[in-house]
Design a protein around this ligand. Sequence first.
Ligand code: GDD
Ligand code: MG
Length: 361
Amino acid sequence: MANDRPAQAVILAGGQGTRLRPLTLARAKPVVPLLNRPFLAYQLALLREHSVTDVILACSYRVDDVRAALGDAGHLGVKLRYVVEQEPLGTGGGVRNAADLVSGTVFVFNGDILTDADLTAMRQFHEARGSRTTIFLQPVPDPRQYGLVETERSGRLLRFREKPAADEEIATDTINAGIYLIDAALLGRIPSERPSSIEREFFPALIADGIPCFGWCPSAYWRDIGNPGAYSAAQIDLLEGRARMLLQPPGERRDGSWVAAGGSVASDARLVSPSVIGARVVLHPRCQVGPAAVIGEGSTVGPDARVESAILWERVAVGAGAVLHECVIGADVKIGAHARVGSGVVLESGAVIPERTTLAR
Ligand code: GDD
Ligand code: MG
């Protein structure tokens, strides 16, 4: 990548987010809130940190949500352009659809990866190896739901197997972390007229054709936020310092939490850090919020209620004496007085939970 050319990135943001339902029934996965900011803002912050400011978003599904949340992302210090597929083109076709807008060496991101990896080091690795495609790799305990990548000692790619069905094909615990550096000249290999998979078609064909491709395996924080458990865990990781906060949550620091403007905290409410309290949130007398609670804008927590290790989207109303623990609550949900919402529960936006109901998984 020539240093005088501004670096570019394509972010794949056109999946349906099926595994993150019901949250993604109300909002596209790339912009679900993470500590009260749209998810992609973290990827854009990372790219910007490494001087990648020309970013193309490859969208197909719910693009209006994404535009509403991010616009041209000027406020995040990058220039965001949108390319929209008429029909979903898959991970290969999505990148191909953006190919006319990129040149040189381009970063490609899956739009659901939270990481603080050193992209500058990745670029240096790519250049030093004379690589034409470099894949960010991570070791994971259970690789089955990912793309499996086998490499030579030098890092050169030997094999890429996307989610192999048969257990005997699980020959490694090293997976595709969903961030690539690709020589844009190779993108012409992806068919433009039909959906295709970058994982099942493009990468295996590069390896088969002897094109120099390498795996880069840094020690970095990494998580795919594409299911509710991982989506919650990512926020707790940020709050508890396991992941570097590339962006601060909105609000001012107060005793280890972040509290945004316009709300009120009763003098005898307990705010336990680390927590994030959105704008115009009202915490009523004697409630306990935190540790590790994220309360979306305009929400209210009733008297004597308790919210712990829980993620609440915007305008949630928690009734008096209700208890929420390790759950995710969509926007505009009403939780009746003295209801209990337990571990692993995910409530769709707009749900109404009657008084004294117990929900557990
Ligand atoms: N533009 C566009 N069009 N984007 C798409 C489409 C499409 O038709 N389909 C999926 N995407 C986007 C998704 O929005 C997501 O950001 C990214 O492509 C990857 O899709 P996922 O559905 O999240 O894939 P995955 O998590 O099962 O597997 C992928 O990520 C793993 C790492 O988390 C693969 O790349 C695996 O190889 C990898 O290990
Ligand atoms: Mg994913």
